[in-house]
Design a protein around this ligand. Structure first.
Ligand code: XIL
Length: 364
C-alpha cells in the first residue's frame, strides 16, 4: 500500500469515527468464535453439510466462526457405500477439499453407528461375517481419508443401559455377540487405517441429572476402561452435548464425570452442541435468553476441565438446525438452537460461547 493510499484510509477512518459510524470499513474484522477459542488454546468448530457450504452466506459464516469442521452425514456408512462394493465419497470429499483449502482441521463422523448401516447390509450384521463387514467398512472409510482427518468418531452411541440385554451396551447384533472385544477391534482397525488420527468414542445423553443419564455415564466409563484393558487405541471421548432448555443440570454431577473421564488420560471434545428450545413459548428474545443461560451453565463447567479441548456446534445457524425437524416445536417454528440466527446474525448464544471461552483456563 503506498503512503497516499494509507493516508487516505486513515482520513476516512477519522471521518467515519466523527460521524459515529459503527466501524471503519477496513478495520480488522471482529474475532470469530474460533479466535475466542484459540486465545485459550482451545478449538471452536461446527458441523457442515456439503450443500450448505456450497451457499456463499453459509460458507462465509463458517469461515468467519469455525476453526474445525465435521461433516454431518457425508462420512456415514449409508451415504458412502450405497451398494455393496460401491463407494460414493464425492460429497464427503468436497467437504474435505473445503477444509484443506481453508486450512481447517477435520473431525470424521462416524464409522460405526447402529442407526446408519446401508440397507443392503442391515440384515447381514450378525455373526462373524457381520462383524467382518463392519470392520472392513471401518478400514475403508478411515483409510480413504487417511492423513486428512485429525479426530475420528470411530464408534457412535454404543451404550444404551435401558436395553437391558447386554449389560450396558446397546441391543444390536454386533454388540450383543461381539461385546467389548468387537468394539476394541473397531479401534484397532481404525488405527491401522490411519495411525495419526486421534480416535474418539462419541455418545449422547451424558449431560444431565437423573437415572438414565447416570446409567449412560456409567456405561461410557465402563466402555473406556474395557478399551484401555484391551489395549485399544482410544484417545478421546466425544460428548454430543445436545442440550434442552428446562432439563436438570447439576454442576457437581457433570464436573465429576468429566474428571473421571480425564483420569483415564483421555481428551474430551463437545462434539454436537446445540440447545433445544422446544418446550419454551414466548418471544424470540425470551427464548434466546433461556437458551443462552442453559449454555452458560453447561459450558462454564465443561471448559473448566482442562481435558476438554473444544466445542463443535451441530450447525452454525438456526437455518440449518436438525432439531426443527427432528424435535419439532408445538408451534412448528424454527428452533433457536445455534449461535447464528436464520440470517447468520450473531445471537445471545454466540455471546455466551465467546464469554465462556474468554473465561476458560488457558490450555497452554
Ligand atoms: C443427524 C443429522 O444431523 C441428520 O441430518 C440426520 O438425518 C440424522 O443424523 N447424533 C449424531 C449425529 O451422532 O450423527 C446425528 O446427526 C444427530 C444425533
Amino acid at each position: 500500500m503506498n503512503l497516499d493510499r494509507r493516508r487516505l484510509l486513515s482520513l476516512l477512518a477519522g471521518a467515519a469515527a466523527l460521524k459515529g459510524a459503527p466501524r471503519p470499513l477496513f478495520a480488522a474484522p471482529e474475532p470469530g468464535l474460533k479466535e475466542h477459542a484459540a486465545a485459550r488454546g482451545m478449538v471452536f468448530g461446527t458441523m457442515v453439510l456439503h450443500d450448505q457450504i456450497a451457499e456463499p452466506a453459509c460458507r462465509e459464516a463458517v469461515l468467519r466462526e469455525a476453526g474445525m469442521i465435521v461433516p454431518g452425514n457425508e462420512m456415514k456408512w449409508r451415504p458412502t457405500t450405497p451398494q455393496e462394493g460401491v463407494n460414493a465419497f464425492g460429497p464427503a470429499d468436497s467437504i474435505v477439499t473445503f477444509a484443506t483449502e481453508n486450512g481447517l482441521p477435520l473431525r470424521g463422523h462416524t464409522a460405526v453407528w447402529h442407526q446408519n448401516p446401508p440397507v443392503w447390509a442391515m440384515q447381514r450384521l450378525s455373526g462373524e461375517a457381520g462383524r467382518k463387514l463392519i470392520l472392513d467398512h471401518v478400514r475403508t472409510v478411515v483409510g480413504h481419508f487417511r492423513g486428512r482427518v485429525q479426530q475420528w468418531d470411530v464408534v457412535n452411541e454404543a451404550i444404551n443401559p435401558r436395553d437391558g440385554k447386554n449389560g450396558l451396551l446397546r441391543d444390536w447384533p454386533p454388540y450383543n455377540e461381539g461385546g467389548y472385544a468387537f468394539l476394541a477391534d473397531c479401534y484397532k482397525a481404525a488405527h491401522e487405517a490411519d495411525p495419526n488420527a486421534k480416535l474418539y468414542y462419541n455418545e449422547y445423553d451424558l449431560e444431565y441429572d437423573g437415572r438414565d443419564y447416570e446409567l449412560r455415564r456409567e456405561g461410557v466409563l465402563r466402555l473406556i476402561s474395557e478399551m484401555k484393558e484391551r489395549g485399544a487405541p482410544l484417545h478421546g471421548l466425544g460428548i454430543q452435548s445436545h442440550l434442552t432448555v428446562g432439563n436438570d443440570f447439576s454442576e457437581g454431577v457433570f464436573r465429576r464425570f468429566l474428571a473421571n473421564v480425564a483420569s483415564f488420560d483421555l481428551r474430551i471434545m463437545l462434539t454436537e452442541f446445540d440447545v433445544s428450545d422446544r418446550r419454551i413459548q414466548g418471544s424470540a428474545a425470551y427464548r434466546d435468553e433461556l437458551v443462552a443461560d442453559a449454555a452458560r451453565a453447561f459450558l462454564t463447567v465443561a471448559f473448566d476441565q482442562r481435558a476438554v479441548d473444544g466445542l463443535m456446534t451441530w450447525g452454525i445457524s438456526d437455518r440449518d438446525t436438525w432439531l426443527t425437524e427432528a424435535r419439532p416445536r408445538i408451534d412448528g417454528g424454527v428452533q433457536r438452537a445455534l449461535p447464528l440466527d436464520v440470517d447468520y446474525r450473531r445471537k445471545p448464544l454466540w455471546s455466551v460461547i465467546a464469554e465462556c471461552f474468554d473465561k476458560a483456563p488457558p490450555r497452554r
